[in-house]
Write a protein that binds this ligand. Structure first.
Ligand code: 13P
Length: 249
């Protein structure tokens, strides 16, 4: 039985004050249930204040990216060891917004994945196809390419300490959620693909869905056999709706 996980991705939103209020609102609404983990990936500059608020609570802290190198002359980058100092347990890698707007490639994403693991930070590897790719029946080929780059660099065993987030690009921030069946089809494909290389790792691997997940569609998505939780953008910026999604698990 896999433990579920719900992760909020705040993206480039909030202020120092609203970040604190949001984190406080989420921790105040947590109950003692232990079958689902919960985390927030906050802007780097708010890791410090949010880490103080989540300390001693069930809410885990994550970053939205991590450098592909351990240290050195890489202006503007934040290393995994720096994130570790703030108690980060998770780091997103390869979010489609990083791939689309900031030039992340499958290879740099794999390097970021490895850097996170070097510091015992769990990478949340984001993968997914664009609308054009889906319409050209390339979804599975794209998923394989994105996975292969990481498998080739990190090895299949590395997926024993990682999370995958399937985020169809056409569903992100668009209000067009994948149907439960569309999402399940790809999640199942991902698990089978990993399973062909290591069955035990595939069975334990958490695969989250992301893309316009909301309180009113989360239950259906989470009831699918290969969907182990969600990576939530817009709806994670409101404590009440994020908690509703969490409680849909
Ligand atoms: P939305 O939930 O706003 O569609 O964003 C999804 C996402 O990109 C999470 O990483």
């Amino acid at each position: 039985m896999r433990q579920s996980l719900v992760v909020g991705n705040w993206k480039m939103n909030s202020t120092r004050a609203s970040a604190k209020l949001l984190a406080q609102g989420i921790t105040a609404g947590l109950d003692e249930r232990s079958n689902a983990g919960i985390a927030v990936c906050v802007p780097y500059v708010y890791l410090d204040c949010v880490s103080e608020i989540v300390k001693g609570t069930a809410l885990a802290l994550g970053a939205q990216n991590v450098a592909d190198k351990p240290s050195g002359a890489f202006t503007g980058e934040i290393s995994a060891s720096m994130l570790k100092e703030f108690g980060c347990q998770y780091a997103l890698v390869g979010h489609s917004e990083r791939r689309t707007y900031y030039g992340d490639t499958n290879e740099t994403v794999a390097a970021r994945f490895c850097q996170a693991q070097e510091q015992n930070i769990t990478p949340i590897l984001c993968i997914g196809e664009t609308l054009e790719q889906r319409e050209q029946d390339q979804t599975f080929a794209i998923i394989e390419e994105q996975l292969d780059a990481v498998i080739n660099q990190a090895g299949i065993a590395a997926f024993g300490a990682a999370v995958i987030a399937y985020e169809p690009v056409w569903a992100i921030g668009t209000g067009k959620t994948a149907t439960d069946e569309q999402a399940q089809e790809v999640h199942h494909y991902i698990r089978q693909y990993i399973s062909a290389k290591d069955q035990a790792i595939a069975e334990k691997l958490l695969i989250l869905y992301g893309g316009s997940a909301k309180p009113d569609n989360a239950k259906g998505l989470f009831s699918m056999p290969d969907i182990d939780g969600g990576l939530i953008g817009g709806a994670s910026l409101d404590a009440e709706s994020f908690l509703k999604i969490y409680h849909s698990i």
